[in-house]
Design a protein around this ligand. Structure first.
Ligand SMILES: [Ca+2]
Ligand SMILES: [Ca+2]
Ligand SMILES: [Ca+2]
Ligand SMILES: [Ca+2]
Length: 258
């Protein structure tokens, strides 16, 4: 859910990502609703799209440079989620453009990640993919997908990203957390700690290039720090070599669904 003046009439409207239900489901029970503010905090709901995979995120930005705020929508789904951007045609009408068909989308965040004046999208895809993507905009709503980080551990349990400039170099970085509550028996709590599962990673945008020339240059995002309290992890994570967080150059094909 987020608040934005989507119709540009001077008041904040509310974007609502409707998952339908929390528990896993392949049913098309997701929807996107915008609550139109009349300026006095009376809201009229507009269902922008429904009967889609379970929706976990919706945010607004102008992706095609026509002055109207468009939407990016993340659909977790179960076996078949999606990421789409929805072109604002005016009058509460939106046209869908599918960016990616992967399940487990948690966050889809607009940001001008390459500082070329148009809004790009950074997304987190969990559900055994466990990957972070940048969708690079050409300024007209045409996007090129870059996989910038992924774990080979399908139980990595990605739980969220936030975009911040951690090192204050003017380039946005990604603060990333993981740790799945349901994949392992809970380990014993370590005295004096508030949490025994969560890990935090920061990924630095060292110099993502604005060029779209062919061949596309490799994104230069890289992890700059990882805080892993291995003594507090369950044995299956702490002791299994090659199963921890790793950089992967390209998206693998994994068929196992949680
Ligand atoms: Ca408004
Ligand atoms: Ca637009
Ligand atoms: Ca950009
Ligand atoms: Ca930075």
């Amino acid at each position: 859910m987020s608040a934005v003046d989507i119709d540009k009439d001077g008041d904040l409207d509310v974007l609502v990502a409707c998952m339908g239900q929390l528990f896993p489901s392949n049913d098309k029970i997701g929807s996107v609703v915008i609550l139109e503010n009349d300026g006095k905090q009376n809201f009229t709901p507009h269902t922008i799209i429904d009967h889609i995979a379970r929706v976990t995120d919706v945010r607004a930005a102008d992706y095609n440079g026509d002055g109207r705020l468009d939407l990016v929508v993340g659909e977790f789904g179960y076996d078949d989620g999606e990421t789409r951007w929805m072109e604002n045609l005016g009058n509460w009408q939106f046209r869908s453009h599918i960016l990616q068909s992967l399940s487990g989308v948690i966050h889809t965040i607009p940001v001008d990640s390459d500082h070329d004046g148009d809004m790009d999208i950074i997304s987190l895809v969990s559900q055994e993919w466990e990957e972070i993507y940048v969708f690079e905009n050409d300024g007209h709503g045409n996007f090129k997908s870059h996989l910038i980080w992924g774990s080979t551990n399908e139980d990595y349990g990605s739980s969220g990203i936030r975009l911040v400039d951690l090192n204050q170099d003017g380039l946005v970085d990604i603060l990333y957390t993981n740790g799945d509550a349901f994949d392992y028996l809970p380990p014993a709590r370590v005295p004096g700690t508030a949490s025994n599962r969560s890990r935090t990673k920061a990924i630095s945008n060292s110099n993502i290039t604005p060029s779209v020339s062919s061949p596309a240059p490799a994104p230069l995002w890289q992890p700059i720090s990882t805080a892993m309290e291995t003594s507090m992890l369950p044995p299956s994570v702490a002791t299994t070599s090659g199963n921890g967080p790793t950089l992967r150059a390209s998206s693998g094909s994994r068929m196992t669904a949680k």
